[in-house]
Structures are given as C-alpha cells and as structure tokens.
Design a protein around this ligand. Structure first.
Ligand code: LER
Ligand code: MN
Length: 274
C-alpha cells in the first residue's frame, strides 16, 4: 500500500493542508518519514516553476499521485457553477492548465471545491448542468493527454453538490467519460455515508484516489474511524492507488504526518504474507 500526503506548492488559506513554509524542507521530511508521494495543492499553474519542482521530486524520490485544485476556489472563487460564464470558463481553463504537468508526472487532477456551490438565484438543476458541461470539457482535454480526473464527494457543510458515492456515480454516468472517477475522503464519508466500507465497495473500479483524515479531521488514529477496516476494504476491491493524508496540522504538521503513517502502517493489511 502506497502512502502520500497533501502538500501545498503555493501559499494558501486552507488550513487542512498538512504542510506549509519551506517547500524543499517539507519534501525532505516527507520522504524521510517513508511516504511514497506528495499530493500537490496548486492554485495556479502559471505561477509554478515546473522544471525546478520536477528536479526536487526526483531528488527526494517522491511520486505525485494527484494535484489538488481547491485553492482556485478558496483564493479566487473560480468554479464550474458560477452564474457568470466568464468565471466558469476560467475554472475550466484552470483545470486544462494543470494537464501538461499532470501528464508528465502521471498525476490525477482532483475536482473538489472547484465545482463550487449552488449560488443564490441558481437552481440545483442548473448548477448540476453547468457542472456536467465543465466536466465533459475537462475530461475530453484530459483524455487527450492520458490524465484522469477525480471528483471528490464533499460534506454538506462545504457544498450542496455531490455528497456521496451514489451521487458521484450518477454524475459520472451523466458526464459519460472513462477518465472520470471518484476521490473518497474518510472525513467527508464519515459525515455523509451510512457505511464507509460499503461506500468504497459501491465505488468499485471508479475509485481513483483516497484521502484519509480521522473523524475529527486530525491524523488517522486521533479519532474513531476504523482504518484497519477501510484499508482492508480498499485491498478487497483491488484499489491500487495511493492512500493520501489530508488532515489538520495538530498538534503540529510534522507530528501529525509521522503519527499518520505509523498508524496506517500498523493497521494496513499485510498483502505480502502468504
Ligand atoms: C479537499 O480534498 C477536501 O477534502 C475539502 O474538504 C477541502 O475543503
Ligand atoms: Mn479531501
């Protein structure tokens, strides 16, 4: 089982991002703790020095399983469901701008808060239709360069669009793209799903990526989620992707990252045993 952790590649206000500050020092620490990859939160590809980033990733031997896009909503309010067509266009273009680097490093692109929320004066039906249009355009562009997109069901306090695996699968059906799957996050699932293991089974081969945080959004092991059961279910459905830590920096980012990987390793199924 491969583990990664969310790391912001640009300054952010999103406080569940596990590390901030000196980017290279953080990569070195993450690699030293035994993580196999970093999930990079990138607000705007136009601001990135990708050759330098790739050199650092190679230096520390870290994969990039996914690229998070939520900062474009958090910092700039770009979304697929804004009533202003220029904002919707900018959100789609922002996803497209992530594609060259994603294709180079084999990363998936996360669609979390970038889908937006149902805005005042807009119906749920209209917002959903705009979201489908945007996802169709993004998945087409991504398929052309062999990149997959992961739609993340989020809890009801963050958006009114797509809370559960069932709703996510229905949307994927409407979009009709093979390169669109789900990112399941245990923090959101703990709020929205009746049975988290059953939800993983329901996602099946549409499960493209997996976020872990405990029930209180602290590191796995700091709350009451049974990660042994969930990692066992991932193995059972043949999930071969990364298990990616996205949790609050409590009591501090480094301690949280260390305790997370220690707990996950202690409960992960031993697939190598006869
Ligand atoms: C992003 O992966 C996420 O889980 C959201 O809760 C961010 O607000
Ligand atoms: Mn998440």
């Amino acid at each position: 089982m491969r583990f990664s952790i969310v790391l912001s590649a640009q300054p952010t206000r999103f406080d569940a991002v596990a590390f901030r500050g000196d980017f290279e020092r953080n990569l070195a620490r993450i690699a030293a703790m035994g993580y196999d990859g970093v999930e990079l939160a990138i607000r705007d590809p136009a601001q990135m020095d990708y050759p330098a980033l790739r050199a650092l990733l190679d230096q520390y031997g870290l994969a990039v399983p996914a690229i998070g896009t939520g900062q474009a909503w958090g910092e700039e309010r770009l979304s697929f469901t804004d009533p202003d067509p220029a904002v919707r266009r900018a959100a789609v273009e922002r996803v497209r701008a992530h594609l060259p680097f994603a294709a180079q490093v084999g990363a998936q692109i996360v669609i979390g808060l970038l889908r937006g929320v149902v805005q005042p004066g807009v119906t749920h039906k209209q917002a959903t239709a705009w979201m489908v249009d945007a996802l169709q355009e993004c998945t087409r562009a991504a398929a052309a360069v062999g990149v997959r997109l992961c739609l993340e069901p989020l809890n009801r306090y963050e958006t009114d669009l797509i809370h559960t695996v069932a709703e996510g699968l229905e949307l994927i059906e409407r979009v009709g793209a093979d390169n669109l799957g789900l990112l399941l996050d245990t923090f959101h699932m703990n709020i929205e799903e009746a049975d988290m293991a059953a939800a993983i089974r329901e996602a099946g081969d549409r499960l493209f990526h997996f976020h872990v945080a405990d029930s209180n959004r602290r590191y796995p092991g700091a709350g009451h989620i049974d990660f042994g059961r969930l990692l066992g279910t991932l193995a059972e459905v043949g999930y071969e992707g990364f298990v990616s830590g996205e949790f609050l920096p409590w009591p501090d980012a480094e301690t949280a990252a260390e305790r997370a990987i220690a707990h996950l390793r202690s409960v992960a199924p031993r697939l190598d045993l006869p």
